[in-house]
Design a protein around this ligand. Structure first.
Ligand SMILES: Nc1ncnc2c1ncn2[C@@H]1O[C@H](COP(=O)(O)OP(=O)(O)O)[C@@H](O)[C@H]1O
Ligand SMILES: Nc1ncnc2c1ncn2[C@H]1C[C@H](O)[C@@H](COP(=O)(O)O)O1
Length: 222
């Protein structure tokens, strides 16, 4: 029997995957999309015209990059709901503002005026009753040393050249942010508890937990 049927995952579900850089979002997105026969919505890193520039000069490019990411993610969001769901999304729109924009503003890389402009735009686009939230967020967490190892292994040069303090601070912010995130139900997964590389069937217990959480969320809504 197909995993989607076995664990009664609605075929219109939209599941977003959150977590710090390198934690394993894209890998899990691929595995879940394959297991559930869902479409995948990925962050496009290679074609992003600001990302490398941003890593070499945060102050100069923070605002541009945030506006770019906001537009890209909003388009993806729209696409997912136009298709009628059935998507796994690699990183949520909420992390752009709750983690990245906030962090770069507080570190002085974005001016107060630019941050306000960005926040106003985000609120006008996202925090409206018309904006459909995902059915579930999977939040990936793990030990810093494992995450740093993964960033290193992936080898994007702009990330290798970034001081380790940046990743430490980001992880700390993620831990605080997720505790107060309530826009949709959250399934927390520790990356030490599954290994999709060594065991392809490691995806099944994750699908089972997704099914359980979606059913719970549906019964609360009734
Ligand atoms: N379970 C795992 N075990 C070992 N390495 C992993 C695992 N999951 C992901 N990786 C590796 O870690 C790196 C970052 O993973 P990725 O999925 O790209 O993270 P993210 O999308 O969160 O930035 C990649 O090189 C990937 O192959
Ligand atoms: N909103 C963002 N601001 C700054 N940097 C961002 C934002 N969203 C993603 N990024 C960066 C972080 C990574 O270098 C790449 C891709 O993220 P990943 O977690 O590896 O999928 O983009």
């Amino acid at each position: 029997m197909e995993l989607r049927e076995k664990y009664q995952i609605p075929n219109h579900a939209v599941i977003t995957i959150a977590g710090t850089v390198g934690v394993g979002k894209s890998t899990l997105t691929r595995a879940l999309a394959k297991a559930l026969h869902f479409r995948a919505s990925f962050e496009k890193v290679d074609t992003n015209p600001y990302l490398e520039k941003f890593y070499s000069d945060f102050k100069r490019w923070s605002f541009h990059l945030q506006i770019y990411f906001l537009a890209e993610r909003f388009k993806e969001q729209k696409k997912m709901f136009e298709y009628g769901g059935g998507f796994i999304q690699d990183r949520s729109i909420y992390e752009d503002t709750g983690i990245f924009a906030q962090m770069h503003y507080e570190k002085g890389n974005m001016s107060a005026v630019d941050f306000e402009t960005y926040t106003n735009l985000f609120d006008a686009m996202v925090m409206t009753p018309y904006f459909p939230h995902p059915d579930l967020m999977i939040y990936l967490e793990g030990k810093l040393e494992n995450i740093l190892e993964r960033i290193k292994k992936r080898g994007r040069s702009m990330e290798q050249d970034t001081p380790v303090e940046y990743w430490i601070e980001m992880q700390r912010r993620y831990e605080q942010w997720i505790d107060s995130f309530h826009a949709c139900p959250v399934l927390r997964l520790n990356i030490d508890e599954y290994d999709l590389f060594e065991h392809e069937d490691a995806v099944e217990p994750i699908v089972e937990r997704i099914g359980y959480m979606l059913a719970q969320a549906a019964s609360v809504k009734k």
